[in-house]
Write a protein that binds this ligand. Structure first.
Ligand code: AMP
Length: 289
């Protein structure tokens, strides 16, 4: 029988519950989310339930990671549905604090991760990763020793979280999980609900264009400039796309843009569909010549 999910709205209550589980010898798996859950989130929760005795999640729309012009106020929310999805995925403890519980006073202490935040989402959204790194560090401090599951969907975020946990010796093992996609290849995202039917029909071009690039590389193509220009052209030429923010081949660990194809790399893209920005990425692993 699946245990009913318990919802904690205080830091102290959630911490005490997890301390109790660990004292009883259980390992804890933790999945931080901003809610409006979909099967991508559920896949992380199922991984936690598979690998750890107790699977937990947080649902918190973190104001620190939104710029004033972004969609904090309209970010989609549906707690009842989220709790049902989390429970079905095997989660038994959910942390759902208010903003006041998390940030009762102005936040003077922030965590910034240098270098890997310089490009891509860090360039497009200057305060974003400091907000992410700060809330993740705080959540890790609340949760305590655990395995924490993050999606490769937000590839730069995963690199940032891995790095902050290593740099600060946080007792958390960060586990990256594959991107869950719709049948047509679009990466699942809470923000997909913003898309009009026309934009939704265009959006799979992100994944398709990266798959074509990986196929071109498998067929012998090696010119990084030509490969990335082709991705930009394929996306930009699609009706319903309003602009390509970036399309690059990068080192999979440092996220530095590559000058040649080879080794363990990642293709990263971001494009605008009206006011909605969608991100995606794909592994590119090529034997070095
Ligand atoms: P969010 O609620 O958007 O902050 O995402 C919470 C976690 O779910 C992050 O680790 C995301 O990378 C992960 N995630 C979001 N979408 C997907 C997806 N399509 N596949 C796998 N993981 C995802």
């Amino acid at each position: 029988m699946v245990d009913a999910v318990r919802v904690h709205d205080t830091i102290e209550g959630f911490r005490r519950a997890l301390d109790g589980h660990r004292a009883a010898g259980a390992t804890v798996g933790f999945v931080p989310t901003m809610g409006y859950l979909h099967d991508g989130h559920a896949s992380l929760m199922r991984a936690a339930a598979r690998h750890d005795a107790v699977a937990t999640a947080s649902i918190f729309v973190n104001p620190l990671q939104f710029a004033a012009t972004e969609d904090l106020g309209t970010y989609p929310r549906d707690l009842e549905r989220d709790l049902a999805l989390a429970e079905a995925a095997g989660v038994t403890e959910v942390f759902h604090p208010t903003v006041e519980e998390m940030y009762p006073r102005p936040v003077l202490t922030t965590v910034t991760v240098d270098r890997i935040t310089r490009h891509f989402e860090g360039a497009a959204r200057p305060e974003h990763f400091a907000g992410v790194a700060t809330v993740v560090t705080k959540l890790f401090a609340i949760v305590g020793p655990c395995r924490s599951y993050f999606g490769e969907k937000d590839y730069q975020q995963l690199a940032v979280v891995r790095r902050l946990a290593a740099d600060l010796s946080v007792p958390v093992e960060v586990v990256g999980c594959p991107t869950v996609r719709e049948a047509d290849g679009l990466a699942m995202s809470s923000r997909n609900v913003y898309l009009t039917a026309h934009q939704r029909a265009a959006a799979p071009v992100l994944h398709r264009s990266m798959v074509q690039t990986a196929e071109a590389v498998a067929g012998g193509a090696r010119n990084v400039g030509a490969l990335t220009a082709a991705i930009v052209a394929r996306i930009a030429d699609t009706d319903g796309v309003d602009g390509v923010d970036y399309a690059e081949i990068v080192d999979a660990e440092t996220l530095e843009p590559a000058t040649e194809v080879g080794g363990v790399q990642r293709i990263v893209v971001a494009a605008r569909f009206g006011r909605t920005r969608l991100l995606d990425n794909l592994a590119l692993e090529t034997p070095r010549r």
